[in-house]
Ligand binder design. Structure first.
Ligand SMILES: [Zn+2]
Length: 223
């Protein structure tokens, strides 16, 4: 098959596939009245069409170049593959809980030479405006702090909503408030509550949750 012929064939098949995907999406996945089992059947068809899209996309050499997408990425004019991304779009169910990936933890005792080699996953999702990042890596040698130290294996989850950022790793939970008027111009301090004077403590809108034995159960920060 010549180059021109291959291109036309891939283009034709992709166009037909996109039509089928739109058809399933518009007529079934969007249908409020459908029962759960029927919905699952159409949902599976949609996933299989998505799989066909991935395989067909492998044959596309992106002959016609790229166009800008709404989220400012460049997507192939023929197959829709995003430039620089190593995968295709991930299909998620429109209804019900969405699951993306499995829970990953560090999986090696080894200390890797580079951060890249130690990486297991470092991925971000923008979910209706809330940003969630999961960074799981094994131990690696870092030169960030000058001399070179070993970074510990970690699973780090970071959530950002407006000006609030929550960082969770194996050892601590940190909540940061990043409003403009809170931006520290100068020094930054930290301390346990019992180290801070009572009159200074009154500046902090924090409520501790605890049980009858004074076991710490959580905290609330008033905005
Ligand atoms: Zn393409």
């Amino acid at each position: 098959m010549g180059k021109g012929q291959a291109k036309e064939e891939v283009k034709k098949q992709l166009n037909a596939l996109f039509k089928s995907m739109d058809f399933v999406n518009n007529n079934f996945l969007d249908n409020e009245k459908m029962d759960k089992r029927e919905f699952q059947v159409f949902f599976n068809i949609y996933q299989q069409l998505g799989l066909a899209w991935e395989f067909l996309g492998l044959q596309c050499k992106h002959w016609d170049g790229y166009k800008k997408t709404r989220d400012k990425k460049e997507a192939c004019k023929i197959c829709g593959k995003v430039k620089g991304a190593d995968g295709f779009h991930i299909l998620l169910p429109k209804k019900g809980p969405k699951k993306l990936g499995v829970k990953l933890k560090p999986n090696s005792k080894k200390t890797f030479e580079t951060q890249k080699d130690a990486e297991i996953v470092n991925d971000t999702i923008d979910f209706y405006g809330a940003l969630v990042n999961v960074d799981v890596h094994n131990s690696y040698k870092s030169s960030t702090f000058g001399k070179g130290i070993n970074m510990a294996a970690e699973r780090i989850v970071n959530i950002k909503e407006n000006n609030v950022e929550c960082h969770i790793d194996n050892h601590l939970i940190h909540i940061g408030l990043h409003d403009k008027d809170r931006r520290p111009g100068g020094k930054r301090y930290g301390g346990f509550p019992w180290e801070i004077r009572r009159k200074d403590l009154k500046h902090f809108p924090v409520i501790f949750d605890f049980d009858e034995k004074y076991r710490f159960l959580g905290l609330t920060i008033l905005k």
